[in-house]
Design a protein around this ligand. Sequence first.
Ligand code: NAD
Ligand code: GLY
Length: 361
Amino acid sequence: MKNLELDLGERSYPIFIARDLLAKSELWSKYIAGRQVCIVTNDTIAPLYLDKLIAQLGDKSICQVVLPDGEAYKTLGTLDRIFDTLLEKNHNRSTTLIALGGGVVGDMCGFAAACYQRGVQFIQIPSTLLSMVDSSVGGKTGVNHPLGKNMIGAFHQPNCVVADLSLLDTLPDREFSAGMAEVIKYGLICDAPFFEWLEKNIAGLMRRDADLLEEAVYRSCVNKAEVVADDEREGGRRAILNLGHTFGHAIETAEGYGNWLHGEAVAAGTVLAMALSVELGWLSSDILARGKMLLQLAGLPIAPPENMDVDQFLHLMGRDKKVLDGRLRLVLLKGLGESVVTSDASVDVIGKVLRTAGVRA
Ligand code: NAD
Ligand code: GLY
């Protein structure tokens, strides 16, 4: 088992990483504040793990909200189902919400916890690779709006994160690959030795070797925790975690939420961000080639969708949260493990890189 702490002063919390953690409630049940618990999950995960979780909760007063599965349901409308249940069951301010699921469930449950009675406590039990290495850690919560991804939300930190690696046994390969996009991201933005470790171990990781997986989730969480501890509310440095995301969010919005998985869009977006870094003379084409190879070996797309055009890309990128005072701020690389947040790339250069990547003019 590997544990770490996200250091946020009195709001610090532990991240537990191991197989079979769901059954080890002696580790995490102390992070449930009162007697009331509301488990938020979805209709894919509930039949797999909901009973196992409930069995660990002893004499707690438990209610459950089983949401429809999918990014398309990550909306304000779906959120009401959580509030309806909490109110119907008379949950008070000492209730604890438990997110049992991937990033969609985690983001929605966390946002419900941030809003219900102006804020209650919650625990993250991530069930996808992506949610273990990224979305369950760091307190970003929220929902999509038809005009933009994750546009409605709040920062709200969980009481603890329980990353039970055995939950990944049932995760489809495509979803596993999507999570690898975020794992690889940490190597590219801030941890060159981790990138090199991933290059060496990618075959074993894709076979889901237990020890390699534990190490990859741990090192990803260490990197994320360090960045979040430094800049919790994304005043500056935390934005490096968005490598490839501005391009990726444009892809997700254009293709319809859920058709391209978040991690897939981030992978294609990461290649574009790296190509832009090369175009600006900041990154060697050798590192771009290594990044593309690793993403490809992880089963991820490395080219943008064929049906998008340059104007659509630029328009959707301009709507991203990373636009500041009308300038598009992008995360780019200045070397392996060295990232910058910059407005230096002009729209013309971005357009050129998109066209070179095959996006229609
Ligand atoms: P997801 O939550 O949609 O889960 C992917 C699919 O796998 C779903 O169909 C889900 O039901 C299924 N699933 C989950 N766990 C499973 C398991 N153990 N076995 C079988 N099936 C399982 O997708 P995701 O990739 O986990 O998360 C993507 C979301 O996370 C996006 O909405 C993205 O915006 C968000 N996100 C948030 C942050 C953040 O910091 N808050 C960071 C990155 C991504
Ligand atoms: N996933 C980006 C962040 O947490 O800041």
